[in-house]
Design a protein around this ligand. Structure first.
Ligand SMILES: Cc1cc2nc3c(=O)[nH]c(=O)nc-3n(C[C@H](O)[C@H](O)[C@H](O)COP(=O)(O)O)c2cc1C
Length: 383
């Protein structure tokens, strides 16, 4: 299908999301889409973004849009990239490879999760110039060192430590749907797979995914309760000393993901972290948290560190809202996976194109040609 055709059938991220839901087995959809608890924080992420408005500005004549953004010493053609997703390859066969290749072609960052279904070594041939490795903190120092070496040797230049998983979250919808780790195809799940032929055929080609990065550390320790996964066995709850250790042992940009309070910024700055990633993990960790976008302005006013934003981004307008509230860069987790599940390998390219067009359409309404001009949005009163 030509790109123009895709825009007439799937004009927005919502269209990709609806089609993804129709093409994924229920347990996979629930894995991708769910939050934790009653999913109030997930809903709040969306509602708080929707509540941010800009004033239209008129009579600016034709605009020559520049969507580039300088971040961490690089100039990116667009202000966003792909966030890390554990077991990405369960959502769509070959997800990690396709997303890394798409990001590389587009000159955008791609992040690989510690608990992805591909290892750093698997990914090495597919990485572009902006490959980020996301670390869930291994308890044992020897495993920690080994993971950093593997990530660096494979071509990951940036390290991201995720700190918003001090303990496992409960993700009740995921459990209810029958998902286990590793996924066990029970008769109930097989019935869901049987009515999703595109996903089933893809998995028949690649095999059911597992957390390949961890293979070498987990031999003989596979038998865990079904709602826990092998990743939890290896990891610890990090503290500031742990962050310092990583800073001393990683020679490259080092980011902390999952910052939601202004007072956490200064201590992290003082130990040499390069950027903070404001995120509530898409509402998957703590259902008492506020929306990520609500936390962003306070953190912005507290620190000079560059800020990444995620949680709930579904359009170019959302990206503008985040930039206007103080983010320097934006990442997307679910949306690229909706795109993959909806359209297969052309999906992520189409998503990038949707976001590019939507950025321009909304910047045009505001009469601005560059991202540096995005104004601070106002919180609209409820209607
Ligand atoms: C299915 C799923 C798995 C995720 N796995 C990880 C992970 O392994 N490591 C991590 O740091 N964040 C993980 N995240 C969080 C994302 O990196 C990102 O913060 C979040 O998805 C952004 O919100 P969005 O999905 O609304 O764009 C995951 C998110 C989802 C939806």
């Amino acid at each position: 299908m030509r790109p123009m055709d895709l825009h007439s059938i799937y004009p927005g991220v919502m269209d990709l999301k609806w089609r993804a839901e129709k093409r994924l087995p229920r347990f996979v959809w629930d894995f991708l889409d769910s939050g934790t608890g009653t999913e109030a924080t997930k809903a709040r992420n969306r509602a708080a973004l929707d509540a941010l408005g800009f004033a239209p500005s008129i009579l600016h004549g034709p605009l020559d849009f520049d969507l580039s953004r300088d971040f961490l010493g690089h100039s990116f053609p667009l202000p966003f990239g792909f966030a890390p997703l554990g077991m990405s390859g369960m959502v769509w066969p070959g997800a990690e490879r396709i997303l890394a290749q798409t990001a590389a072609r587009a000159g955008l960052p791609y992040s690989l999760s510690t608990v992805a279904s591909q290892s750093p070594e698997d990914m090495a041939p597919h990485l572009g110039d902006h490959a980020w490795f996301q670390l869930y903190p291994p308890k044992k120092e020897e495993i920690r060192r080994d993971m950093l070496d593997r990530a660096r040797d494979a071509g990951f230049g940036t390290l991201v430590l995720t700190v918003d998983v001090p303990v496992a979250s409960r993700r009740e919808r995921q459990t209810r749907s029958g998902l286990t780790h590793p996924p066990a195809l029970t008769p109930r799940l097989l019935a869901q797979v049987a009515v999703r032929p595109a996903w089933a055929l893809g998995m028949a080609r690649t095999g059911m995914p597992r957390m390949r990065s961890l293979d070498k550390y987990t031999a003989g320790r596979e038998h865990l309760p079904p709602t826990e996964h092998i990743g939890y066995l290896l990891r610890t709850s990090p503290d500031m000393e742990y962050v310092k250790w990583l800073r001393d042992n990683w020679n490259g940009p080092f980011l902390i993901k999952g910052v939601m309070r202004a007072q956490d910024a200064a201590p992290l700055d003082s130990i040499g972290v390069d950027a903070l990633w404001v995120s509530n993990h898409a509402g998957r960790q703590f259902d008492g948290a506020r929306a990520s976008i609500e936390a962003l302005p306070e953190i912005r006013s507290e620190t000079r560190l560059p800020l990444i934003f995620d949680s709930g981004i579904e359009s170019g307008l959302d990206i503008l809202r985040a930039l206007g509230m103080g983010a320097d860069f934006v990442m997307l987790g679910r949306a690229p996976h909706f795109a993959l599940a909806a359209l297969g390998s052309p999906g992520p390219d189409h998503l990038i194109d949707i976001l590019r067009k939507d950025l321009q359409a909304n910047m045009g309404q505001m009469g601005i040609a560059s991202l540096a001009e995005v104004p601070v949005p106002t919180v609209l009163p409820p209607i």
